[in-house]
Design a binder for this molecule. Structure first.
Ligand code: PLP
Length: 364
């Protein structure tokens, strides 16, 4: 059997007619930037996410950059961020000239909330909670710290669309929630796209201007801005995707449940789910002593896997000036060296899920 890590054509096939109708509607409309499709998607997404406002942008990375900029986070400021995350979380901070302060991860592979307080200084301005792999961070603890120290909270929800912590959606705890709609994400566009959600009207207004050259009215540039607008085509396709987000999440959660119940191999540590959290399993990360060996074995048996992520951002070449060593954050270093993601995507056939389970179980 040949099992892809992810197969977006299968997802497209699930809703082909709706996607094609939406795409043709945009093509025929003659209006491609900042139009009705974006307005409709922003309204729909805000409502779905239980937020007052949504601002569509070009990518999840832009959403993070604009979030910190709108909050006035800049040079001299520090932002607390997990040591184990995708580099884009950190880019959101460094592109504003601010300094990331790393906190190691816990057994759930998320920022260890018990280690946040010891990193707070007078320069700390914000905490970036990254709901990595689809699992929410400990938001009660993070919000409590933020309130006590008067810090902003930005949530990186690039992988956690519709994930819940204590019944509340990720992205609605802090000041701003940032989403990526990169095609493989739980809600994926057919190109690059992202969004921010917030319950603060002033921040929403500022973000809406910032993504459009800093203007509300053409050629009247009130604040410094950039060009980061979600286009009409992506907005229309995302509106279709949003109608199916819950059912797609359910499909992935079902696959994850089958992996959790079926995989029995001492060489593999399965992901832990925190009580009270709804993990949407954007990814299914396992840990194993010899990653290269497991990946080679699975590939030999036709199962493609990936690694998320092999190099933690604190030791990325582009940030070498900070001088961090891998072992400065042992848990993040361990995950970066031992994590393997198994295939999990909407439309993955049952027999493929079974085959992955059987194949992992036979690994010696
Ligand atoms: C955790 C996390 N944050 C941010 C991003 C950035 O999103 P985008 O690729 O849309 O810029 C990603 C995308 O992979 C991500 O996984």
């Amino acid at each position: 059997m040949n099992i892809e890590f992810s197969d977006l054509s299968r997802k497209y096939a699930l809703y082909q007619k709706e996607f094609e109708e939406a795409a043709f509607r945009v093509l025929r409309s003659g209006w491609y930037i900042l139009g009705k499709e974006l307005e409709k998607f922003e309204e729909k997404f805000a409502e779905y996410m239980d937020a007052a406002d949504c601002i569509g942008v070009n990518s999840g990375t832009d959403a993070l950059i604009l979030a910190f900029r709108a909050l006035g986070v800049g040079p001299g400021d520090e932002v607390i961020v997990p040591a184990g995350t995708y580099i884009a979380s950190v880019i959101g901070i460094t592109e504003n000239g601010a300094t990331p302060v790393f906190v190691d991860i816990d057994d759930y592979l998320l920022m260890d909330a018990d280690k946040i307080e010891e990193t707070i200084t007078d320069r700390t301005k914000a905490i970036l909670a990254v709901h990595l792999y689809g699992q929410p961070c400990r938001m009660d603890k993070i919000m409590d710290i933020a309130r006590r120290y008067h810090l902003y909270v930005v949530e990186d929800c690039a992988q956690s669309h519709d994930a819940l912590y204590d019944g509340k959606k990720t992205g609605t705890f802090g000041d701003i929630g940032c989403f990526s709609f990169y095609p493989t994400k739980p809600l994926g566009a057919l190109g690059d796209a992202g969004a921010l959600i917030t319950n603060n009207n002033d921040i929403a207004e500022k973000l809406r201007m910032m993504r459009n050259y800093g203007s509300k009215v053409k050629y009247h540039n009130e604040i410094k801005g950039i060009n980061s607008r979600m286009d009409e085509m992506q907005a229309a396709l995302l509106s279709v995707g949003l109608d199916h987000l819950a059912e797609e999440n359910k499909m992935r959660i079902e696959i994850a449940k089958r992996y959790l119940a079926g995989i029995r191999n001492e060489a593999v540590k399965l992901p832990c789910i925190r009580e009270g959290s709804t993990h949407v399993f954007h990814l299914f990360p396992i840990l194993t002593a010899n990653r290269e060996r497991l990946q080679a074995y699975l590939l030999e048996h036709g199962v493609k896997t990936q690694v998320h992520y092999p190099i933690p951002p604190y030791v990325a070449d582009c940030y070498s000036e900070w001088g961090y060593q891998w072992e400065d954050f042992p848990q993040a270093a361990y995950a970066a060296r031992h994590e393997v993601s198994l295939p999990v995507y909407a439309g993955m056939p049952d027999e493929e899920v079974e085959y992955v389970i059987e194949t992992v179980n036979k690994y010696l």
